[in-house]
Design a binder for this molecule. Structure first.
Ligand code: SAH
Ligand code: AVI
Length: 322
């Protein structure tokens, strides 16, 4: 980092993944229906694979949401207001915000992400493009983060939460999270929320089962990540990717299915798998517009404005306190 970028970027490392307590993972692996928090997809390799996913033909959400930002950037800035502090939970490559910065003219940008090295790379690129923008990058698990860094400039807060990352939370967790975000923004802020919409099953299934197998590699990479940060010996050759739309629950489910009966060691514990038994690695909830406005209302928020693409695949919503 050169000196000027060093002054521009403040890095706060709050929850290094290497320090994750094994208990966090063991509980899921030892339960009757084995499960893993989807945050474990995101080491540097996983974050890079996600970037490849965003460019796949089958994966419509990213390009659709980008198009909404490109089309309505001016309008979004008028409705959200300029000069705010932008906070992005799960900021990934920090690319989408760059479509809005020229109109939103933020006072500062606070990206929050679990994948620390990727976050640092991303903010370095952002700083090159916007050398005047103060950046406070926070490496943290946004579910465990109660307070924002202290030394932020004054001003109204806009939470930028695109990508339908909220869909990776159970609806009751999404509600809790929105309530926390509402505390962060106070009475004069807003939440600009990207939400993927319910649609025909074949289109959803294709988006999570791409022909090139990138989503498969992304799913399997979680096992390598576990081996890296814990004493564990998962062999990804012995697991297969499975993803399907659960129409009753309005969610894509991703699983890693054990191809055989096997025993995996994890931090001194033996985890037994039957052939065909799976680890449930992710849900990606899809919302109808009605479900979304009732989620917002339950959190004490109102949908002030919604921007859609022409095929109504994806929505960008401004939520403010009711
Ligand atoms: N906002 C970007 C990236 C979305 S991908 C976009 O819309 O394109 C989801 C991002 O959330 C990843 O970068 C991942 O590392 C991050 N993430 C997932 N779970 C997280 C958690 N619990 N805490 C912090 N970041 C998380
Ligand atoms: C980050 N998140 C919103 C993505 C999604 O679509 O649920 C993660 C992903 N999983 C598989 N493909 C992409």
């Amino acid at each position: 980092m050169n000196a000027s970028v060093e002054n521009q970027i403040h890095f706060h490392e709050l929850h290094p993944q290497s320090k994750t307590h094994p208990k966090e993972v063991l509980e899921g692996l030892k339960s009757v229906r084995k499960n893993l928090n989807p945050k474990f997809f995101y080491d540097t390799k996983g974050s890079e694979l996600f970037e490849v996913i965003t460019n796949l033909e089958e994966y419509y959400p990213t390009r659709t949401e980008r198009k909404i930002f490109e089309t309505y950037s001016q309008d979004i800035a008028e409705v959200c207001g300029i000069d705010s502090i932008i906070i992005e939970p799960g900021s990934g490559s920090c690319e989408k915000i760059q479509l809005l910065i020229p109109n939103l003219k933020p006072k500062a940008y606070i990206p929050i992400d679990i994948a620390g090295d990727f976050l640092l790379d991303s903010v370095n690129k952002l700083a090159e493009n916007f050398p005047e923008l103060p950046i406070h990058a926070v490496q943290a698990d946004f579910n465990q983060l109660d307070n924002l860094p202290n030394e932020l400039p004054n001003g109204s807060k806009l939470v930028f939460y695109p990508g339908s990352t909220i869909g990776n939370m159970e609806p009751e967790k999404a509600l809790e999270f929105l309530i926390k975000l509402s505390e962060w923004i106070g009475n004069d802020g807003g939440i600009l929320l990207g939400v993927d919409l319910h649609k025909p099953t074949h289109q959803l299934n294709a988006a999570y089962n791409d022909q090139q197998g990138v989503t498969e590699a992304f799913n399997l990479n979680a096992l390598d990540h576990l081996n890296d940060i814990f004493e564990a010996n998962f062999d990804k050759e012995n697991f297969s990717h499975k993803a399907f739309y659960n129409e009753q629950l309005y969610r894509i489910e991703m699983h890693l299915v054990s191809d055989c009966e096997q025993c995996v060691e994890f931090e001194g514990e033996k985890i037994q798998f039957d052939e065909g038994e799976s680890i449930h690695t992710e849900n990606s909830y899809k919302y109808t517009r009605k479900q979304l406005s009732s989620l917002a209302a339950d959190a004490g928020l109102t949908l002030k404005e919604t921007w859609l693409d022409e095929n109504e695949l994806f929505s960008v919503n401004l939520l403010v306190r009711a």
